[in-house]
Each structure stands twice: as structure tokens, then as C-alpha cells.
Design a protein around this ligand. Structure first.
Ligand SMILES: NC(=O)c1ccc[n+]([C@@H]2O[C@H](COP(=O)([O-])OP(=O)(O)OC[C@H]3O[C@@H](n4cnc5c(N)ncnc54)[C@H](O)[C@@H]3O)[C@@H](O)[C@H]2O)c1
Length: 412
């Protein structure tokens, strides 16, 4: 068996690679074009945790875990010939597709970034799906991390998959993954629809993993050696809300919550996200619930005020003295939206939650106190609009604030 993992240099991809490789003797082929490193540099940010090159990481994986089944291919998945060659040579039994430009604020900077994000994400996924069909790999299990952001914030509990629609007395089950509110999130709505179509037309088994906001700096495998660390971003464009709040706490800033901050968003720890992806990559086809499955990859919805208060409480254990300040809300939003999201299928997959939110925040702060100097040196990156030559300052910043589920600059 061979597993192909795309986006393997990323925050989620790298720890997923280690977990999959440590659970099988089969080959795990990693692919990335290292674009994330460039985007973060472009916005003047940096990873708080120093990150090694893919070559050094693979060497460390051999030394620390005796993993000889990992290999790395550098390449751009938007190039069809590259993807065709990759699939023809490796003939994967499972593809775990985590490669994407994943930042909503970045996708909203200007039209160029919106075009880039939509082209990059959609073309990569289409190349993989059409490539699987072209090379008769129609039994290959295709697993993609989309996002819970495709659901928007409906008033009803979000089902794990489609919804029932009723019109003129008739009812049917329909997908509703097109409520995204940023140019990035909409790439995942399109991907969800394209995967559905690929399943219908090419008969490819699909797991559409709707990933929530991920928190954490480490998994069991990455914690063993600094060369195995995954990245941790805390700037406006690439830092998810809980991560940026933690970095702000380390730098001595109060945590600011707009209004009541009672609106809830779905979250999951890195540990629990990686576990689900590894299990799916290695799942026996007979154990898959179906051939087109949606998983809501979240353990719980959490309010922004709870995020802030947890950081303040856990921060006390590191003598951080974090205050939580409430400001008048400049956004037009329901500050009490009580998101409810079904996740039974995902919880069945992983068995149990491995790291709750408070433990995740402890893990983050424990890591970040070691990198306080990096954070204070880059603390101006907590704010948007740092590059003068951008065609347009992020005037649609409010849109990013309002709509973005997992990557945003403020109390989300
Ligand atoms: N981190 C979160 O909170 C979160 C939440 C919801 C969904 N997701 C999704 O999970 C996946 C992983 O997210 P992440 O946080 O690890 O992001 P990341 O940017 O750290 O990882 C994505 C990786 O894909 C690579 N990549 C992008 N375009 C590529 C291309 N054309 N060819 C080859 N490689 C390419 C990047 O270089 C990067 O290393 C993404 O699909 C993202 O949309 C993440």
C-alpha cells in the first residue's frame, strides 16, 4: 500500500505524515511546493517554532523513529503533468490532500490573492481527481481537509453532511456546503462539490473532512525532537484566532473580545485532527461507512469569550497575567450565535478526544514561552496591512473578520 500526502510541509500535513508513517510499513509519499513558507515571509511573518527543511525532517524521522518509509517530492499540484507523473509512478491507494492556500485574510487582500487562492486550491484538487481517473486509480481513497467554514452559521444544528430541504410539500437530502464567507473558504465549497461530482462520475471513494479551527503546537511525534516541530504562525494573515491570542498573551497584550463574544465556532486539537486523518489514510475499505462520506472534524464548539478566558486562566500558570478586555463590536454579527454541529461520525472514527481545549492552550503557551523573543520581535504582525506595495490595503478586513471561520485576525 502507498499513501500520498499533499501539503506535507504544512502545519497539519507534517504531523500527519509522521503519524501515518509510524503506523504502517508501507510507503508514505509526501508532496509540497513549500509555498506556505513563502506566503508567511511575504506578509512579514514567521513561524514561532523554528522549522527544519523537509530533508532535515526526514533525516530526523529516521533517527528518532526509525522511519524509512517516508519520501518527499517537491512540486506544484496545479501543474497537471507533475500530478499525472506523481500518480503514475506511485499509484497511491490513499491520497490525503491537505495542500491549499488556507488563509481567508490572505485571500481577501486583493483580487490577485483571491485569484491565486482560488486557482491554486481548485486546480490542485481537480488535477488529483482527474489524474486518479486517468490512471485507473478509481479505488484510491481520496481524503481532503475542507473546512467547517463551508456551512456558514445557520440557526439549526449543522448536520454531518447534507441537509433536508423541503419545498412545496416535497423533501429531499441536499448538500449545503456553499455558505462560505471568504474567497478561500469558497475554494473548499467548490472542492466539496467537485469531490461529490468525482465520486459520481469516476466512482472514487471520497472522505470530505470538514476541518474546524485547529489549535496546538505539537503532537506526540513532533514533540520528540526540535527538528520534527511543525510550524506555528501568529500573524494577522496566517495565525488562527486561538494561536494569535496565545502569542499576544506571551507578548504581554490583553485579549480583546468584541462585544459579548458569545458566538461559538467549532474547534479541534492538532492531535485529534491528525489522528482522524491517519486513521482514514489507513482505513480498511470495508470499514468505511460509505463511499462518499462527510466528517465534521471537530470535537466541540467554543465561544470567543471562552477562548479568551481559558488563555487568561492557563496563562496564570505561566505568570502571564493576561487581562480580557471587551470592546464595542464594530461588526454586524450575532454575538450570541450558538453554533451547534454534529460530529458523531468523526468521534466514532477517532474513538475519543485526546486533547481538550485547556490542555491545548497549556501546550501552546508552554511551547511559546520558549520562543518569546521571536514573538516580541514580530509583534507588529498581529495587525493587518503591513506591506506598502499592496494594491489595496485590506479594506475588506471586516469581511474577513465576519466570515472567516478558522483563520482570522481578530476574535473571530
Ligand atoms: N489549520 C486550520 O485551522 C485549518 C482549519 C480548517 C481547514 N484547514 C485545511 O487543512 C489543510 C491544511 O491546513 P494547514 O493549516 O496545515 O495549512 P498549511 O498552509 O500549513 O499547509 C498547506 C500546505 O500545502 C502546500 N501547498 C499549497 N498549495 C500547494 C500546491 N499548489 N502544490 C503543492 N503544495 C501546495 C503549502 O506549501 C503548505 O505547506 C488545508 O487544506 C486547510 O484549508 C486548516
Amino acid at each position: 500500500m502507498t499513501v500520498l500526502l499533499t501539503g506535507a510541509d504544512g502545519y497539519v500535513g507534517w504531523p500527519t505524515a509522521l503519524r501515518i508513517a509510524s503506523r504502517t510499513d508501507d510507503r508514505v509519499v509526501l508532496v509540497d511546493n513549500l509555498a506556505r513558507r513563502n506566503w508567511v515571509e511575504e506578509v512579514g511573518g514567521t513561524s514561532a517554532t523554528p522549522i527544519a527543511t523537509p530533508e532535515v525532517r526526514l533525516e530526523a524521522a529516521k533517527e528518532v523513529y526509525d522511519l524509512h518509509n517516508l519520501s518527499f517530492v517537491e512540486g506544484d499540484l496545479t501543474e497537471k503533468t507533475f500530478v499525472d507523473e506523481l500518480l503514475e509512478v506511485h499509484e497511491p491507494d490513499a491520497v490525503v490532500h491537505t495542500a491549499a492556500q488556507p488563509s481567508a485574510p490572505y485571500s481577501q487582500i486583493n483580487g490577485e490573492r483571491a485569484n491565486y487562492t482560488q486557482h491554486n486550491n481548485l486546480q490542485a484538487t481537480r488535477n488529483l481527481l482527474w489524474g486518479l481517473d486517468k490512471h485507473d486509480l478509481n479505488d484510491t481513497h481520496f481524503i481532503e481537509t475542507t473546512t467547517t467554514g463551508v456551512y456558514g452559521a445557520p440557526e439549526f444544528p449543522i448536520p454531518e453532511g447534507g441537509a433536508t430541504m423541503e419545498n412545496q410539500g416535497e423533501r429531499d437530502n441536499v448538500p449545503f456546503p456553499a455558505m462560505a464567507g471568504s474567497w478561500y473558504h469558497l475554494t473548499k465549497s467548490h472542492d466539496a462539490a467537485n469531490m461529490r461530482l468525482a465520486h459520481k462520475q469516476f466512482d472514487i471513494p471520497i472522505s470530505d473532512v470538514r476541518t474546524a479551527i485547529i489549535y496546538g503546537t505539537q503532537t506526540d511525534e513532533t514533540a520528540a525532537d526540535p527538528r520534527l516541530s511543525t510550524r506555528f504562525d501568529f500573524d494577522y494573515y496566517f495565525g488562527v484566532v486561538a494561536h494569535r491570542f496565545c502569542a499576544q498573551a506571551i507578548a504581554g497584550y490583553p485579549t480583546t473580545v468584541y462585544g459579548k463574544g458569545k458566538q461559538r465556532k467549532p474547534f479541534i486539537s492538532l492531535e485529534d485532527a491528525v489522528e482522524g486523518l491517519a486513521r482514514l489514510a489507513l482505513i480498511d475499505p470495508d470499514e468505511r461507512p460509505d463511499d462518499h462520506v462527510v466528517y465534521n472534524q471537530t470535537t466541540r464548539a467554543i465561544s470567543i469569550v471562552e477562548v479568551a478566558n481559558t488563555i487568561a486562566e492557563v496563562g496564570d500558570r505561566f505568570d502571564l497575567n493576561v487581562s480580557v478586555e471587551h470592546f464595542e463590536n464594530p461588526r454586524d454579527e450575532d454575538e450570541t450565535h450558538k453554533m451547534e454541529i454534529e460530529n458523531e461520525r468523526y468521534m466514532d472514527l477517532i474513538g475519543e478526544q485526546r486533547q481538550d481545549f485547556a490542555a491545548g492552550i497549556y501546550n501552546i503557551l508552554e511551547t511559546l514561552v520558549e520562543h518569546r523573543e521571536t514573538i516580541t520581535c514580530y509583534e507588529d504582525r498581529f495587525l493587518p496591512g503591513v506591506l506598502d506595495d499592496w494594491e489595496k490595503e485590506p479594506a475588506n478586513e471586516k469581511l474577513a473578520y465576519d466570515n472567516n471561520t478558522e483563520l482570522t485576525s481578530d476574535a473571530n
